[in-house]
Design a binder for this molecule. Sequence first.
Ligand code: SF4
Length: 326
Amino acid sequence: MDNLLDIKNLKTEFMTYAGKVSALNNIDISIKYGEAVGIVGESGSGKSVTMLSIMKLLSENGKVVDGRIFFNGRYIENLSEKEMQSIRGNEIGMIFQDPMTSLNPVFTVGYQLVEAIRKHKKLPRKSAWEKAAELLKLVGIPDPERRIRQYPHEFSGGMRQRVMIAMALSCEPRLLIADEPTTALDVTVQAQIMELMKDLKDKVNTSIILITHDLGLVADICERVFVMYGGMIVENAGTNQIFEEPLHPYTKGLLKSIPRANLGKERLKPIEGQPPDMIDLPAGCPFLARCPHAMEICYLRKPPYIEISDGHGAACWLLYIKNGGV
Ligand code: SF4
């Protein structure tokens, strides 16, 4: 068994006052043991809903209506809430955008880390404190024996995010999900956190899902990228393939909007237009209102996903026609 996570044909919907939102439409994602993948897209594209579906943490009005999620040998839908709690605590660690929402300001960082460690491992308190200091050291916090007795507000934004990473690693998870982990940080600290994640990937051999709107971020640590748009996977490729030979017009647009050192006189071009209204998705391709190549069929039918080379494919009618489809 190669894959830690296999998502097949996942469909998730939300009932809202304004109508039904089809947040995920037939999503397929797979992640190997020890692999780092990026899920990239604008807000509302379905990245975070994918993760909430995996964790069975959808809000009350949300529901997985079709598809299967297989995690480390088990079908998620067959598991009870108690079993899911154990998976969330022990096998999946999460890092969010804003560490202050996850850290309790009234307890020291050490106390919170020790509580997290003791929840998952039956360690005596003294050993748990030693382990907590080790984790702080692992994530690059200097002078961990002193820092461990400090409160979250005594840490900078970047250092707090390091604490959150230590917290997520405390249960030695098989999968680490990082949801926009650096969005709230300035560019230099962002680079340091990404460097840390890259380093940890090699040291602790955990699989990583990096959820981000920034395609540039995945280049550093991810081996594979899933590009999402309008609740669909529009392209899936190895990271080099995405940068060297993007297939989908949306991915091409994303690449033109990333600042690069070698840009020269070429200007950054943001993708014009707005993401689709998820309550009123077009019958055809969700990207059609912004696509310079939209054709009649794009309005009528959802584009099929086709694989062009090993592990590289996209959902686009233009690609389908170019490759001999009708
Ligand atoms: Fe553009 Fe059509 Fe391809 Fe959608 S299916 S990305 S509208 S060419």
